[in-house]
Design a protein around this ligand. Sequence first.
Ligand code: LLP
Length: 456
Amino acid sequence: PTDAHRTGEGVLSIGGVDVERLAAEHGTPLYVISEADFRARARAFREAFCQAFAPETEVDVFYAGKSFLSTQVVGWVVDEGLCVDTASGGELALALAGGADPARVGLHGNNKSDAEIRRALQAGIGRIIADSLDEVQRIEQLAGELGVTAPVMLRLTPGVHASTHEYIATAHEDQKFGLSLAADVTAETTAETAGSPAERAVALALDSAHIELRGLHCHIGSQIFEPTGFEVAATKLIALLAKIRRDYGVELAELDLGGGHGIAYTEADEPRSPQEIAEALASTVKAACAQHGLSVPRISIEPGRAIVGPAGVTLYRVGVQKDVGVDTPDGDTAVRRYVAVDGGMSDNARGVLYDADYSAVLAGRRVIGEHVLSRVVGKHCESGDIVVRDVYLPAATARGDLLAVPATGAYCHSLSSNYNWLPRPAVVSVSDGVAHTMIRRETEDEMLSRDTGWAR
Ligand code: LLP
């Protein structure tokens, strides 16, 4: 976080709170989130995108709650003028419990249950992002039964796959999300099945008495550094908006370009700023709309990681250490120190899931002197339980030292588990020297209470 620094004694301080104090009061592992940093990033996205698209249109920034959500975070999001994107009934319940205006909440998911759709409609949420033809039909029916009009966006797969530094245009997306823009490969072409799944969903939604088709949506991937993939996807969706106007005489009001804005996990990562992404995207969108004679639709984006990721740090206590000899590429042997901490893949699954890389610093004291190549590992029964693959830590690192792993605000708590029966850690927010427990640590009793006993 931008408000992290070392105190005179060399202790890391975040949001004006000393990490040794946090660890002593709240235990470890501990997720710490800087409120000021979170708010600044939320504001930066809103301002950058609003300015870049002005005066032609307005922008709504939907914070992607899957990255990390608590009622307090909902409060910050609302305060900063953002909307909330949810991906399940549970996230929706949390957003509403946190006081989000239902009209400024969206619901995603590739396999929404009828109960989730009903709940969203009854709450009066601002948009349901339909992922399939099946879902458009069920939304139509459930809205009819409830006597409401469902505000719907259609999630399309524009055939752009964005990876970290480049984009690859593919003929069709071989993955589970969204309505394809390519012709339906399974259906026999009849009058009813003509066109791509996307076009059929548009026809169905426009024809429905209980659906108000608000616009088109796409999300091209995660941890994206360059604007190009977003621009390619936007251009394709705008071409479809033009086709919809030709075919139906309707100009859809909204275009959502999803999330996926990348962050720096280690020093090797150099993502573009929200402003750079916004400016590139706005000029492409404006030009494409002008080319088709469309007015620029209302734009929305759904960043999660880029807002909460860098705002969060995980604190661990060092336990057992061991040195092993490893071969170097030039035929020498070197020492790698395994530094085990009191958490691991249950509080940060991203290493195991994505080979994700992090960094770590000794947080509780300043050590000057020799550093050794270290691997920070967890306490789980898996050799892949690695938090930080390679990092130089002070040779004097000892049992009981505090380690801080930055950039863990996103997809760490939200992906956490009870593997090996570890209780999930607490999440505290820090601001102006004050720490507040947003989510308290799980207890063994809570975990045990779900085990209903042994039946004979
Ligand atoms: N909108 C939609 C429709 C999404 O599917 C996602 C992420 C987002 C927005 C937010 O993406 P973000 O800006 O946070 O990258 N667990 C993985 C990331 C999975 C993302 C899934 N969808 C990870 O830890 O990297």
